[in-house]
Each structure stands twice: as C-alpha cells, then as structure tokens.
Design a protein around this ligand. Structure first.
Ligand code: SAM
Ligand code: SF4
Length: 322
C-alpha cells in the first residue's frame, strides 16, 4: 500500500523479544533492561495474524529481529508460519549470530532466506568490549554454519567513532575473502546510541577508496532498504553504507515496525503508531485489524527528526529492533 506521502510500504520489521544474550554498549545498559513479562509479548499466533493483514495490505517482506530473535523459543516455528503466508515473499532475520551454529540448518529448513549478522569488529578483544560478552568465536562459527546451511549472509557493522582505518580495511578484506557483503551502519542517536558520536559513512568510503582505488556502485547485492552498495577491484568485495544520519533517506522509506509488545511503530524515531495487542486480545476481527493497520500506516510520519530529540530518553534499539 501507499502512505499519504505516496511511499510504497512493503516491508515490516518484527521484534520478537526484547531479551538479548549480549549487552552492546550502544543498545542496552550494562545491567540489561527489565524484561517484559511473557504475557506482554505477542504470541506467534498474534504475530502471524498481523502479518496476514499486512500481506493483504501489500507487505511482501518480513524481517525478524529483537532483542535477539534466536533466544526466543522455537523461533523456527514462527519463521515457517510467516513463510507460509500468501503474499509474503521473503522472510529474513537480523541476529547477533551467537546461536546460529545450532539454529542455521533449522532456520533454513523453515524457509528463512538470509541472515544479517551484527558484528561491529573483527578484533575479539574489542568485540568483548562492545558487547560486554566473550562470544566472538560463537559468532564466527555461526556465520560459517549459516553459509553451510545455504543462507545468504551479510554483516551489519554499527560504526562507533572508535572504528580505526585498520578495522575498516580488515572488514573490506573479510568481505573479499569470504564473499560476504559488509554494511556499515551510522550510529543513530536512539536510546544508548545517544552516547556515541557518529562517524560518517563518507569518511569510511574515503578510507576504502584510498586503499583500493575507486569504489563503484553495485546493484548486485539485494536488500530490503536503504543500503547503497559499492565494490572495487574485480568485484570480489562488497560494502554497503546505511547513512541514516548523514544522508536522510526518509523519502524512500518502505517500512513499518512491530515491537515485541505489539505496537505498530511507523517510524524509527517517532512515537507515531498504534497498539495492536490490545485490540487483538479484545477479539478484533481480521477485517478490523486490516482497517486499523491501513489507517495507521497511511499516516506514517514524513521523516525522522534525529537532529531534534537529543535530550529525550526514548526506547533502546533492543525494544525497537533496529
Ligand atoms: N540482536 C540482533 C542483532 O544485534 O542483530 C537484532 C536486534 S539489533 C537491535 C538490530 C541492529 O540494530 C543491529 O545490527 C545493531 O547493531 C543495530 N543497532 C542497535 N542500536 C543502534 C544504534 N543506536 N544505531 C545504529 N544501529 C543500532
Ligand atoms: Fe543485543 Fe542486538 Fe542490542 Fe547487541 S544490538 S545488545 S545483540 S539486541
């Protein structure tokens, strides 16, 4: 469907839990967050009903995220149900990768097509500093298992201002050696992310082109949204840039988000949206759910206002899903 700004909305990101087995400094406080009660989290049946209504509205792509989606019990069951919804063409996941070794094969069997693995550094010590956990090896094993299972893999690197030139180049070499696209995501001033300065993607592009020569824009890597991909040399490595802060891309926004407690969130950095859990539990019909979602999505805000809300304490990304 189109919203009132004439944007096609065909993508939903669903946070299936607020819980996580890591504590990334820009996402969650060290002590963690008080987890929601299980009964406050949407059931799989409720998520599926929302996606069925979404599919009728023209949503074709679903991203399962969190918190950490792989800590939610029997996540494969949800993936299988989502891939079975008529009109849903692609179900993917964003994960920190720690549990992928155990889960990759069953996720693939359930119909998942790809995983974005969040990995902000290739240095195990720095990884432990950023995530406050010693899980680097599990993530690397998880990436290998995902590839072996036949899942497409991309790396998401949330860029903190400490990312050095050497680390940028290490990611580029990793991309070439493993044939895995690496996406650099500018730190967004959301939740704990407000404590970190943005290192702009243009600076990373400069580091890469100084080392490898001219970067060429590439359309070979497919994704759900705003990443712009580049390659170099013989086209063996790929990097993507998601520049939500330095290059606002709201005019081409194609997505809505569903929080784990059932709020249909219309924009990453806005309170706009509608609670779906209440109406679902009060017995709303499928047609009423469709109408509620349609009215709400039609009023999606025109753009985010990262530059304005610096003083306000908003939700952390583990609640929103990235
Ligand atoms: N736990 C999973 C993971 O880490 O991939 C899924 C949820 S996590 C919130 C989704 C993505 O949001 C991750 O790639 C993470 O790096 C990113 N993220 C979290 N906080 C962010 C921030 N303030 N700015 C930019 N990206 C952020
Ligand atoms: Fe967990 Fe993902 Fe947030 Fe890191 S970014 S704390 S892995 S939810």
């Amino acid at each position: 469907m189109k919203d009132s700004c004439n944007r096609i909305i065909d993508y939903i990101r669903i946070s299936v839990t607020d819980r996580c087995n890591l504590r990334c400094v820009y996402c969650m406080p060290e002590e963690g967050v008080i987890p929601m009660h299980h009964e406050d989290i949407l059931t799989y049946r409720e998520i599926v009903r929302i996606c069925e209504a979404g599919a009728r509205l023209g949503i074709t792509k679903v991203k399962v995220t969190g918190g950490e989606p792989l800590v939610r019990k029997d996540i494969e069951v949800l993936i299988k149900e989502l891939t079975g919804i008529p009109g849903i063409l692609d179900v993917t996941m964003t994960t920190n990768g720690c549990l992928l070794k155990e889960k990759a094969a069953s996720l693939k069997a359930a119909g998942l097509s790809s995983v974005n693995v969040s990995l902000d550094t290739l240095d195990p010590k720095r990884f432990a500093g950023i995530t406050r956990r010693d899980s680097f090896d599990s993530v690397m094993e998880g990436i290998n298992s995902a590839l072996e299972a036949g899942l497409k893999v991309k790396i998401n690197c949330a860029v903190m201002e400490e990312l050095t030139k050497e680390e940028v180049l290490a990611f580029a070499r990793f991309s070439m050696e493993r044939r895995i696209p690496v996406r650099f995501i500018e730190m967004m001033p959301i939740g704990q992310g407000k404590n970190y300065k943005v290192m702009e993607n243009d600076d990373l592009a400069r580091i890469l082109s100084e080392a490898f020569g001219e970067l060429k824009e590439s359309r070979e890597v497919k994704g759900n949204g705003p990443a712009v991909y580049y390659t170099w040399g013989g086209g063996t490595g790929f990097v993507g840039f998601i520049s939500a802060v330095s290059h606002k891309f709201c005019g081409a926004c194609n997505r809505v988000r569903l929080t784990s407690d059932g709020f249909l969130k219309l924009c990453l950095d806005s309170p706009a949206g509608v609670d779906l859990k209440g109406p679902l539990r009060e017995g709303i019909s499928n047609d009423q759910l469709f109408d509620l979602m349609e009215q709400s999505i039609r009023n999606k805000p025109e753009s985010h206002h990262f530059e304005e809300d610096w003083e306000e304490a908003g939700p952390n990304m583990n609640q929103i899903g990235g």
